[in-house]
Design a protein around this ligand. Structure first.
Ligand SMILES: Nc1ncnc2c1ncn2[C@@H]1O[C@H](COP(=O)(O)OP(=O)(O)O)[C@@H](O)[C@H]1O
Ligand SMILES: [Mg+2]
Length: 309
């Protein structure tokens, strides 16, 4: 793989006594979709805002495309695109007017601007809406217009902050197809999400929680490194069994899945005594072999470990 397009070392941001982002280090390789996953308040937006030059870091370093992100920001601006969590589109202008406006900020003009606007709007499948006011668009359409406007200047690195929040699964897929298209053009993307299905589609992921990096790697290897087992118990009385299982301290999580209870247990635990105990408590169930943990399991596990710590 080529050199990283973005290298972050020890990035930290404090607000008074509160540390929102704590000593984050990660790299984004050329041509990858890098997922930033974490619950609300984890520090995702704060990190992106520092990397886009909107917010000064309290500590840490970052290099992008071989330059220092914080001291040579002016040279990098034209190479970076940013779509903020709250859309920056002007809702009382039309789609085309918005793109012309943002294109102008990037220094595009005349025929070059016109052709770039048409190319992006067609690519994002919103060309037919070009004369509509942004306020008349659906959330999914608005987000694709915002993506078009963030990429008009053909940046090398694109930061997308929860670009698909509030979008239905079909439109979400459309958005991810558009992202794949941009990667094909040579962009590298950092995208934040708290949607685990989306996280699974990323080339690599960083999980953050309370401003700290909890796990980092390919979705597959993160799941394998989880070090825990998942057992599915099929039963008639799934709600009662869930409640009973949760009373056992060795049970990390007990979630309902259809008419089954998915038990997450430490990888080292011999599950027999626990299952026997649940049977003694009067439950009749069928225990199905452990399967590969999902990212959701990982997420629940990390959140729980952080509560214990
Ligand atoms: N300007 C600010 N002043 C004080 N606290 C802030 C500020 N911006 C963000 N925070 C806090 O930092 C934490 C991380 O926020 P944020 O980066 O927006 O999280 P995320 O995007 O992962 O939901 C939150 O607890 C938030 O309240
Ligand atoms: Mg955020």
């Amino acid at each position: 793989m080529a050199d990283p397009v973005l290298e972050v070392r020890g990035l930290t941001r404090r607000f008074g006594a509160f540390t929102a982002v704590s000593d984050l280090s990660f790299e984004i390789q050329s041509g990858e979709i890098f997922g930033f996953l974490g619950p609300n308040g984890a520090g995702k937006s704060t990190t992106i805002r520092m990397l886009c030059g909107i917010l000064a870091p309290s500590a840490g370093e970052a290099r992008a495309l071989g330059r220092d992100l914080f001291t040579e920001a002016d040279h990098l601006r034209a190479q970076m695109g940013y779509m903020s969590q709250k859309s920056s589109l002007l809702t009382d202008l039309t789609v085309a007017e918005n793109l012309n406006f943002f294109g102008g900020l990037y220094g595009l003009e005349g025929a070059g601007l016109r052709s770039e606007v048409e190319f992006r709007l067609r690519e994002m499948q919103v060309w037919e809406h070009r004369d509509l006011l942004v306020s008349a668009l659906s959330t999914g359409e608005r987000q694709r217009v915002a993506l078009a406007s963030a990429t008009l200047h053909r940046p090398r690195i694109l930061f997308l902050d929860e670009p698909t929040s509030g979008v239905d699964p079909l439109r979400r897929r459309l958005f991810w197809e558009a992202m794949d298209e941009l990667v094909t053009e040579g962009m590298s993307i950092l995208v934040t999400t708290h949607n685990l299905g989306e996280a699974d589609q990323c080339d690599r992921l960083a999980f953050i929680l309370g401003g700290k990096l909890m796990a980092y790697g390919r979705p597959r290897s993160l799941k394998e490194a989880l070090g825990r087992q998942v057992i599915e118990l099929r039963t008639e009385r799934f709600r009662e069994l869930q409640a009973a299982a949760r009373r056992h301290p060795e049970v990390l999580a007990a979630e309902l899945l259809g008419r089954s209870v998915r038990l997450s247990l430490p990888g080292s635990l011999e599950p027999k005594p626990l299952l026997n105990q649940l049977q003694l408590e009067g439950f009749v169930f069928e225990a199905l072999p452990a399967e590969q943990p999902s990212l959701e399991d990982l997420f629940v596990d990390l959140v729980q470990r952080s509560r214990v710590a």
